[in-house]
Design a protein around this ligand. Structure first.
Ligand SMILES: NC(=O)c1ccc[n+]([C@@H]2O[C@H](COP(=O)([O-])OP(=O)(O)OC[C@H]3O[C@@H](n4cnc5c(N)ncnc54)[C@H](OP(=O)(O)O)[C@@H]3O)[C@@H](O)[C@H]2O)c1
Length: 320
């Protein structure tokens, strides 16, 4: 059955991979993100993949009126929206006090208020028809806490909470389904696009899934909506450690985060794509691969760095 699907955050990563996956099923697609050029590129890929139709709308999720216009335009041209995949999100790395307030706040606004705006724009028609699915892409980080990503962590807890509230508030419309998908690491450009005040680039800790793999699972969720879906082999372990052994979790999370979730390579600080898009870096994949080889190579290099620094200090002490 051909559906009309709104993909928000469709110009990069999982949103773009999902749009292409849906296009192969001949769905009608409505693509939203801020930057027009990568959105047009994503649309061209969807046309090639066989989409029944593709419309693009460069709109910020913080612009509720803009989103409502997208929905109205879709009703006028293609018909009611059957499903929404909400994939728009931004990240800021840095200790809480290092991240400028304007960046911290915008991460929260984009990831939480943006999702609420999307729901506001599509729900009236879905409720009237008692039909439709909203898939919110969340993170395992929305169920635990990590160091150096406070705004993103708080936003993903809030997104999960928003999803649960939407499920409860729409119980009187059983045809309207809201799903929260908690993802582990996915190889997308989000890590390079993030605002960064750590001095080191972020990266996905293993196990890392491809955006295409996640897109296939997201399309399965659209076909068979469930309230909560987890994608990531390490997610249950992280959740268990956080809930059952919080003391040990707190001791380990900092060193582990530094070892597996940040690169050794230094990185200048900056706002990334939080306040405005960085279109040149938008693509389906982030070039991280499966992560294990990269993390191991990096760990060996970091250890060698430490040994070299120690032996230099030892040499200076002997010399003085
Ligand atoms: N990659 C991972 O490892 C991972 C892990 C867990 C959860 N997730 C979640 O999965 C979802 C997709 O992430 P991804 O990795 O695919 O990210 P991505 O590659 O950076 O894509 C994010 C998309 O959101 C759009 N976007 C950002 N801010 C926006 C705004 N204000 N208004 C409209 N669109 C906006 C971006 O385009 P513009 O910048 O042009 O607007 C882009 O299309 C997110 O919810 C993320 O939190 C990802």
């Amino acid at each position: 059955m051909t559906r009309v699907v709104l993909v928000v955050g469709a110009s990069s990563g999982i949103g773009r991979a999902t749009a292409i996956r849906l296009a192969r099923r001949r769905d009608h697609l409505v693509l939203v993100a801020r930057a027009p050029r990568p959105l047009a590129d994503a649309a061209a890929e969807c046309v090639l993949a066989g989409a029944a139709s593709v419309a693009t709308h460069p709109v910020d999720v913080l612009d509720l009126a803009g989103l409502q216009e997208v929905v109205a335009a879709t009703h006028a041209t293609t018909g009611s929206i059957d499903a929404v995949v909400h994939s728009a999100s931004v990240v800021a790395y840095g200790r809480f006090d290092q991240v400028p307030a304007a960046i911290w706040d915008r991460v929260l606004e984009t990831n939480v208020l943006g999702a609420a705006n999307v729901a506001r724009a599509v729900l009236p028609d879905m409720r009237e028809r008692n039909a439709g699915a909203i898939v919110l892409l969340g993170s395992v980080i929305g169920e635990i806490a990590v160091t150096g990503m406070s705004a993103y962590t708080v936003s993903k807890w809030a997104l999960r909470s928003l999803g649960r509230c939407l499920q409860l508030d729409n119980r009187d419309r059983p045809g309207v389904r809201v799903c929260v998908v908690s993802l582990g690491s996915v190889d997308t450009p989000i890590y390079q696009q993030a605002a960064n005040y750590l001095g080191h680039a972020g990266r996905p800790p293993p196990p890392v899934y491809s955006a295409e793999h996640v897109a296939t699972r997201v399309v399965e969720v659209l076909d068979r909506p469930r309230k909560r879906v987890n994608i990531g082999a390490a997610n249950p372990l992280m959740r268990l450690g956080f809930a059952l052994t919080p003391g040990l979790f707190d001791v380990l999370v900092g060193p582990l985060f530094r070892a597996v979730a940040t690169a050794r390579r230094p990185m200048p600080t900056g706002d990334g794509n939080v306040l405005s898009p960085l279109p040149q870096a938008e693509a389906v994949g982030g070039g991280h691969g499966l992560g294990v080889r990269v993390v191991l190579t990096d760990l060996v290099a970091r250890t060698l760095d430490k040994v070299r620094r120690r032996s230099r200090r030892g040499g200076r002490a002997r010399g003085s």
